[in-house]
Design a protein. Structure first.
Length: 127
């Protein structure tokens, strides 16, 4: 292992754990928009935990967003993204982040509206 990519806002938490001290020299703090690898960028996704970050992988044709704990309960939150979960540090911010992620996907045409009724105003597959 040559590096541990971690959001800048989470570095303090990482340092709080003594058993992780041996890994401190490997830390590579990143912020929103930083390139962390070829075609891979950090994307701030606030609300779940301090520094919660996803990663966007861009190809020449598509963009994939790995968003981790933006969604906790897929069976509920894909159908109703306003549904909150107790494991988010800041539920209103987490909800707003989830709605933005879903809205951005809808605007890009990456969501089938038949499976996401909250997309009423968006043009997307299945329209």
């Amino acid at each position: 292992m040559t590096a541990i990519v971690i959001p800048e806002a989470a570095v303090g938490s990482f340092f709080a754990y003594a058993h992780l001290a041996q890994f401190r020299p490997l830390l590579k703090p990143v912020e929103n928009g930083d390139l962390v690898g070829e075609r891979l960028r950090a994307v701030a996704l606030p609300g779940h935990a301090p520094g919660h970050t996803g990663y966007a992988f861009d190809t020449d044709e598509d963009r994939f967003l790995f968003f981790g704990d933006v969604v906790h309960v897929p069976a509920l939150q894909f159908g109703n993204p306003a549904f909150s979960w107790g494991h988010d540090d800041d539920q209103p911010t987490a909800r707003a982040t989830r709605l933005k992620v879903f809205s951005d996907a809808a605007k890009a045409g990456d969501v089938d509206r038949r499976r996401a009724p909250w997309l009423a105003g968006h043009r997307s597959r299945g329209a």
